[in-house]
Write a protein that binds this ligand. Structure first.
Ligand code: M6R
Length: 460
């Protein structure tokens, strides 16, 4: 058959659905190296998708097609083949929870997902702390004695989670950690060392660049670990080890709860490695665990702050750009805050390390440059303060997020006092997410499906 012959001669990555004039009641399908999922409803309707999330509420069971598989659907009957041989259909039940596909009274899925973060943070931690120690059963057979460095590869928001983790790995686990953007890593002819643990982070588990980076590391003999939200995804199936982030299905294209659970999972992993390498005292481990257990509470949305951000947002709909600034782990958070805003508001925003502004970007400062300053009390407060003062002296409009009142601020969001920097990190994360949401809603944008973006980026 022409379709089979054509597929047999194709090279590279593809997911194909084809309808021909000659047989208009047949859908031909084929896939290689990028995801294609086939779903079936109670009424035997057939669906195709690149991930399972959009099928929830429609299909009851799915097949995650393997590379090289192809076939056709005619009158609700499915034929599946690989290399001209018929294949049996192994359907897996898809969650029946249609609730997951509903907005529950929220205006957008993204808003619902921001509010869910407290709950899913608890899920991410559940069963992973026992008797004052971190227990990651999934990694029981991973030999940390053979590992003396960590390399993390990811894209977008997942890359920001990776950057946050690099501070934690070096500070607490005392292990060298280096982070790379997956699309850059792939073509730089990297030197790969078998004593380096290769971690990939991905919400969807289908990001092509991250998946290819993972395959490169695996084929070089490195031990690989996926931090992922989607079980059965290509990245999970490829990696040697997986830690699921347990955020539940994320429908909003702009990632929120997936990021929060990635950071929590990486924090748990840091402590797990630190335990193994005996790089922290039992007292520090206990205080880290105490701080971790407090995060679900930190992530409860304070309605008063949400309301304040709603009111403030009307002042931030114009200008020639936003700079989100922070230091230390608040620098990756600044990057993430800026990414959230640009994804859904289409306003220009950058994340920058606050101490680096004086090396160039401060030239942009004027009253139409909006600076969102992350000023935690527990980490480098005085350094951050002087960086923000420099911007104020150049008349930049300042929105300061801090537990400490800051008299130069044009707008001020007061956060709670926290004992641990990660408490401040997650509270500020929530605020930057809500700010982006409110600005985007005021601009009349489609928050959940921003222009030009897709939930799974399965192409290079
Ligand atoms: O599914 P992944 O985490 O691998 O996706 C990586 C990026 O495409 C993703 O984080 C993207 O930046 C989101 N739209 C962020 O909101």
């Amino acid at each position: 058959m022409a379709f089979e012959k054509t597929i047999a001669s194709l090279q590279g990555a593809y997911a194909i659905l084809l309808i021909s004039k000659k047989e208009p009641d047949v859908i031909f399908f084929a896939k290689n190296a990028v995801p294609l999922i086939l779903g079936k409803s109670h009424e035997n309707e057939v669906y195709f998708s690149s991930s399972d999330a959009p099928l929830i509420g429609w299909a009851k069971e799915v097949i995650y097609l393997e590379d090289g598989q192809y076939g056709w659907v005619k009158n609700q009957s499915i034929t599946l083949l690989k290399e001209f041989e018929p294949q049996s259909l192994h359907f897996k039940t898809l969650t029946k929870d249609k609730i997951l596909a509903q907005k529950d009274g929220f205006r957008f899925f993204m808003e619902k997902e921001i509010y869910e973060q407290s709950l899913v943070a608890g899920e991410a931690i559940m069963g992973r702390i026992k008797d004052h120690t971190i227990v990651l059963d999934e990694l029981n057979t991973l030999c940390f004695d053979d590992i003396d460095a960590i390399k993390i590869c990811a894209c977008g928001t997942s890359y920001h989670a990776a950057l946050s983790a690099s501070y934690m790995f070096e500070r607490l686990a005392k292990i060298r950690c280096n982070v790379e953007i997956a699309s850059e890593f792939r073509y730089k002819q990297p030197l790969l060392d078998k004593r380096t643990l290769f971690i990939v982070i991905s919400q969807s588990g289908e990001t092509a660049d991250t998946l290819e980076a993972l395959k490169m590391a695996k084929s070089s003999g490195m031990t690989t670990l996926a931090i992922c939200n989607v079980d059965n995804s290509s990245i999970v199936r490829t990696a040697d080890f997986t830690l699921l982030t347990r955020a539940g299905i994320e429908k909003g294209v702009a990632s929120t709860k997936a990021f929060a659970t990635q950071v929590i999972t990486l924090w748990l992993l840091t402590l797990f490695v630190a335990q193994h390498k005996k790089s922290i005292t039992p007292e520090i481990l206990s205080s880290e665990i105490e701080a971790l257990l407090h995060i679900p509470l930190v992530l409860k949305v304070d309605e008063a702050i949400h309301e304040k951000l709603h009111r403030l947002s009307k002042r931030y709909l114009h200008g020639h750009g936003f700079f989100f600034i922070g230091r230390d782990i608040f620098f990756p958070l600044a990057l993430e805050g800026a990414l959230k805003l640009k994804e859904i508001s289409y306003l220009h925003a950058e994340g920058y390390p606050a101490g680096e502004m004086k090396h160039g970007p401060i030239a942009l400062a004027d009253s139409e440059l909006f600076t969102i300053a992350l000023m935690p009390k527990t980490l480098l407060y005085d350094k951050m303060k002087s960086n923000v003062e420099e911007l104020s002296a150049r008349d930049s409009t300042l929105l300061v997020i801090s537990p400490e009142p800051f008299e130069l601020a044009d707008d001020f969001i007061k956060t709670k006092q926290h004992k641990h920097p990660m408490g401040e990190f997650f509270e500020m994360m929530l605020i930057t997410q809500l700010l982006a949401l409110e600005i985007s809603i005021r601009l009349g944008n489609d928050v959940d499906m921003p222009r030009n973006l897709a939930k799974s980026v399965t192409v290079e």
